[in-house]
Ligand binder design. Structure first.
Ligand code: HEM
Length: 535
């Protein structure tokens, strides 16, 4: 007679097949429900894209349109409702609908406390961070904004020479030094290793940043986060812990490889800091090192009550990989977009000449190094060329988006009451493309922001890092990007070197950025022709 184990073993494939089928069926039903659902939103709020059908059929139509035509829905919603100071609902099939406020209500949105409206939760869901970042502590207790503000940004001045040195070495390697022949370069593919090297030089020093395996792991980690996050979002919440690991398996392998480089360094550092008499870690690093591992330890010591988890090497390594993802991908996309914007603008050659002249003039003036923090802060045309590219071709459409976390929900300025769990915010994309905010809004005008903005009777150039009600590429308010000061520094140094050292052959048409569920991808495979200038 067959034992119980034998029966269980023989039926395992059937049980597995039935479970998978049931899970897929539940997912399918859940998707159908999502397409027609009102998401418990009040009926006075209009849905964009419903056409003539202001009912469940209309919602199904607009939900389906959000998959491939989100941009059209945003344009329609802005013209029809936002410009008339009205709130509307933007369907978002993947993550649930969003309530979009008119621009006049930005200050109300920014004033709400984090325990009423949470911006962090939207980001976490957008990236499906619970499954993509591989360590529970990463999601429950994120310290990056603090470390970036209190360690990286404050110490930026110490890194300017390193950044310039790395940019030069990386450009020599990836864009070449030949002053005779034009060279065809894949822009995204070359910006990825260049930015990875610069960021890792700052975070972990010269040795690791020159290690091609390590930089490639860091640059590629969660590179396809948009795809994985979108796939995971399709499943009901109770299935996500099971499907999450499947969609993030390649990232997990990369993360483990990244960790294998970092763990020995972290262990050595902790051993060095451990006082032999009490076997406790002390807060003083005798060598005064300035890298991510040290910032993480300093940050942990600076807390009134020191939490031992902060010294767990796996936590430090996981945080490093998340930081590398946040820092590298955003800057690679931004620089790729900016280079294509310049190359495709009718003033390509003039723009490069202006940038070149700015760098040379300031370098001539500079007392110490041409790429110091002070020198960079005077390079307002570089600021403008990058800011204008982010305005026109930023990589996220949302400006400020928050999730209602107050259990009783929230009453909007127009009196509508929305329930806990609803997303509410402002679309940066719509505001950035409004002619009333930016004349000729669909044109790349490299020095739009260098010409200045009227403040207190004076025209002042607008810096890349300054966020405002009409510039939200780094979001705006207390949750705006904490890494933007570092980003500005590395991007300006990189674009400054590119203008100084290379000619770029103008192109007639700018390759289009592709929209994918609220992520806006830069041209990933397109090329440009570049040639090193004779100096
Ligand atoms: C041009 C480059 C960059 C752009 C356009 C950018 C954009 C953004 C945006 C829009 C957000 C807000 C997301 C949201 O809440 O909806 C954000 C958040 C964040 N960024 Fe950046 N970013 C850039 C570079 C960086 C760099 C270099 C770092 C790290 C050094 C960084 C670290 C972060 C972190 C940690 C957050 C989350 C902040 C929080 O939860 O309060 N970013 N970034």
């Amino acid at each position: 007679m067959a034992s119980l184990w034998q029966i269980a073993f023989a039926s395992a494939p059937n049980i597995f097949g039935a479970t998978v089928t049931a899970a897929l069926f539940i997912t399918f039903l859940n998707l159908v429900r999502r397409i027609f659902s009102t998401a418990s939103l009040p009926s006075n709020l209009p849905w964009v894209g419903v056409g003539k059908f202001n009912n469940c059929l209309g919602r199904a139509k607009s939900n389906l349109a959000s998959i491939f035509h989100l941009k059209n829905l945003l344009d329609e919603g802005y013209a029809k409702y936002s410009k008339n100071d009205k709130t509307y609902v933007l369907p978002y099939f993947i993550n649930g609908p969003q309530v979009v406020l008119p621009p006049s209500q930005i200050s109300w949105l920014m004033e709400q406390a984090d325990d009423v409206l949470s911006q962090e939760l939207v980001n976490r869901e957008f990236l499906q961070a619970d499954y993509a970042f591989f360590h529970a502590n990463m999601v429950d207790n994120p310290v990056h904004p603090d470390i970036i503000q209190h360690q990286l940004t404050k110490k930026l001045g110490n890194f300017t020479d390193d950044i310039a040195d790395e940019v030069l070495a990386a450009l020599d390697e990836y864009w070449g030094t030949d002053t005779e022949e034009w060279r065809e370069v894949k822009v995204y593919d070359t910006m990825l290793p260049i930015i990875s090297r610069i960021s890792i030089r700052v975070f972990m020093g010269r040795q690791l940043c020159r290690n091609k395996t390590f930089t490639s792991i860091c640059g590629n980690y969660i590179r396809k986060v948009a795809l994985a996050a979108a796939a995971i979002s399709l499943f009901p919440n109770f299935l996500k812990p099971f499907v999450g690991p499947i969609f993030t398996v390649f990232d997990y392998i990369l993360y483990r490889r990244c960790r294998s480089f970092l763990m020995p360094i972290i262990h050595d550092r902790l051993d060095e800091l451990r006082r032999p008499d009490v076997l406790k870690i002390t807060s003083e690093d005798p060598q005064g090192r300035n890298d991510y591992v040290q910032w993480a330890l300093d940050h942990a010591f600076a807390k009134p009550v020191v939490n031992p988890v902060e010294f767990d090497p796996r936590v430090i390594a996981s945080r490093f990989s998340v930081l590398a993802f946040a820092a590298i991908q955003s800057s690679v996309i931004t620089l790729t977009n900016a280079i294509f914007d310049i190359a495709a603008s009718s003033e390509c050659a003039e723009s490069l000449t202006t940038l070149r002249k700015e760098v040379l003039d300031i370098a001539e003036d500079a007392t110490a190094t041409p790429w110091s923090k002070t020198a960079l802060s005077r390079m307002t045309h570089l600021d403008s060329a990058l800011r204008e590219s982010l305005r026109l071709n930023g990589f996220v459409e949302r400006g400020i988006m928050k999730k209602v976390v107050a259990p009783e929900g929230v009453t909007l300025p127009d009196g509508s009451h929305i329930p806990c769990g609803t997303k509410v915010g402002i679309s940066g994309y719509s505001i950035h493309h409004d002619e009333a905010n930016y004349p000729d809004a669909n044109k790349y005008d490299a020095f739009r922001f260098a010409r200045g903005h009227e403040t207190e009777g004076k025209k002042r150039p607008q810096r890349l890092v300054n966020t405002s009600d009409i510039f939200m590429s780094f979001s705006h308010g207390s949750h705006s990007c904490p890494g933007r000061f570092f980003a500005a520094n590395q991007l300006k140094t990189a674009l400054g070197h590119i203008a100084l050292l290379y000619d770029i052959e103008p192109i007639a048409d700018r390759p289009v950025n592709k929209w994918f569920f609220g992520h806006i991808a830069p041209p990933l495979t397109e090329t440009l022709r570049v040639r090193r200038r004779k100096m």
